[in-house]
Design a protein around this ligand. Structure first.
Ligand code: GDP
Ligand code: MG
Length: 458
């Protein structure tokens, strides 16, 4: 088993779902278990992620009556969900880096708008996932048994609570059916290849969390075996770009494969072209108990995947979140990697920019731009130009060309997704008749555009 733990990397787990379903709370709950188990288990808080080691999972899953697991991965690396504002955004970049997903659904609400969006992200990126049917403690007269396995607590509930649970679970399963998915409670699942597994959970009482982690681990160690073999070839993604007092601009990176070292020559994509620089410091947070010490980080000479890491280096100011990160072995490799790092962006720009007729689209990252473009395509809204980053006057001028060309008024619009609008840009737009529609939820942008078109018609 020890050997296996070196052979495999920790599977990377992403949590997606509609707002307020309990994504953050579930993570908190897992982490708290972690704090309690920290003496034994050693769960560690990483940058943008939490490492839940095999030992700690083992302790928890011992509560499961009918699942015996032999754990041979080092643990699970669970990506932390960001706040509301950038949440649509992380969903698209986050899921391309994850091996396995948890889709959180509120048992009291069933499927919601962003549940559907998350489903399609998992589907298009071919990521296996389970559903956490969360907030079971909110069922009327539910009697909680803290941190217990689901069936243990379920069997203790009174008859009417049990039937209320079954009614709601069945309703959710029907909703999945209507969207074209088979789904079943995980312990009744006739064929996990065909049916999505639903795990009832409560992020407040911890009920069902052993089941959730056990199931994730089970999938990782069976279906995903080959994709979690540790690869020495570096694979890393920039999650966030942050300014930290005393460190300047830093990037938070998820290391999916390979090793990163101090002084490595890294290449990332930037708003003004590729950036290449040397790693000044590789940082992770202090162990949980010392987390309150502000601004304190542990320094490392080298780190191995899977891992969340903060990198401090010169010249990172204009790094684009969502960018891949490469390491050049020597100076000669740099130009090729610079081209490679911008490739994805260059291709998107080539496919769209300077089309005759359509709105101007602006988003915060490549991932969110792609998601938005795909959505606009489905919604049959033409796009004439795109950009990434905050909206400046020059971006408004691109939309303004639609007026000059004599195209329909609605195309003189900037669709801004999860980005800031500079005051000069707003002022210029107001003065030249360009409409700015700004939101951080994709389908809100669509609704507002549709309404704007109707208003113009009237
Ligand atoms: P997110 O937007 O998906 O990250 O949702 P949060 O984790 O912020 O939770 C939204 C709200 O639901 C908060 O008020 C939580 O306390 C509450 N909540 C989350 N999970 C549960 C649960 O399992 N049971 C109950 N009763 N409340 C929950
Ligand atoms: Mg949250």
């Amino acid at each position: 088993i020890e050997e296996a733990k070196i052979r495999y990397k920790a599977p990377i787990v992403c949590i997606l779902g509609h707002v307020d379903t309990g994504k953050t709370k579930l993570l908190d709950k897992i982490r708290r278990t972690n704090v309690q188990a920290s003496e034994a288990g050693g769960i560690t808080q990483q940058i943008g992620a939490t490492m839940f080691p095999a030992d700690a999972i083992e302790t928890l899953t011992q509560k499961l009556p009918n699942l015996s697991l032999s754990i041979d991965v080092p643990g699970l690396l669970i990506i932390d969900t960001p706040g509301h504002e950038s949440f649509s955004n992380l969903r698209s970049r986050g899921s391309s880096l994850c091996n396995i997903g948890i889709l959180v659904v509120d048992i009291m609400h069933g499927l919601e708008n962003q549940t559907i969006e998350s489903l399609s992200i998992f589907k298009t990126k071919n990521i296996p996932f389970i559903v956490a049917l969360n907030k079971i403690d909110r069922l009327y007269e539910w009697s909680p048994s803290k941190d217990e396995a689901f069936l243990t607590t379920f069997n203790k509930q009174s008859g009417h609570v049990q039937s209320e649970f079954m009614r709601r679970a069945k309703e959710t399963i029907l909703e999945f059916n209507h969207k074209g998915y088979n789904a079943a409670l995980y312990y009744e699942n006739p064929d996990p290849e065909e049916y999505i597994s639903l795990v009832p959970t409560s992020a407040i009482t911890g009920e069902g969390i052993p089941d959730m982690l056990g199931l994730i681990l089970n999938i990782a160690q069976t279906k995903l075996r080959s994709s979690i073999i540790y690869q020495p070839k570096l694979e890393a993604t920039v999650m966030e770009v942050k300014t930290i007092e005393g460190l300047g601009t830093t990037i938070d990176v998820i290391l999916m494969n390979g090793v990163i070292k101090e002084d490595d020559n890294i290449i990332v994509s930037g708003f003004n072209g590729p950036i290449s620089t040397r790693v000044r410091a590789l940082l992770t947070p202090m162990p949980l108990r010392e987390m309150r010490v502000k601004g304190e980080y542990l320094h490392h000479k080298a780190l191995r995947a899977s891992m969340g890491v903060k990198i401090s280096a010169q010249g990172l100011d204009h790094t684009m979140a969502g960018s891949p990160l490469f390491i050049a072995k020597n100076e000669e490799e740099i130009p090729r990697l610079q081209e490679e790092v911008q490739k994805e962006i260059t291709e998107i720009f080539k496919s769209i920019n300077n089309k005759d007729k359509g709105v101007h689209v602006q988003a915060s990252t490549v991932g969110s731009l792609e998601a938005l473009l795909e959505f606009l395509k489905q919604s049959k809204i033409p796009v004439s130009s795109i950009n990434i980053g905050p909206v400046f006057k020059k971006d408004i001028m691109k939309a303004q060309t639609q007026i000059e060309k004599g195209n329909e008024k609605q195309y003189a619009t900037v669709m801004a997704f999860d980005v800031k609008i500079t005051p000069e840009a707003q002022e210029y737009a107001d003065s030249c008749g360009v409409k700015i529609i700004s939101d951080n939820i994709i389908f809100h942008l669509f609704d507002r555009f549709t309404k704007y078109v109707e208003d113009i018609r009237k």
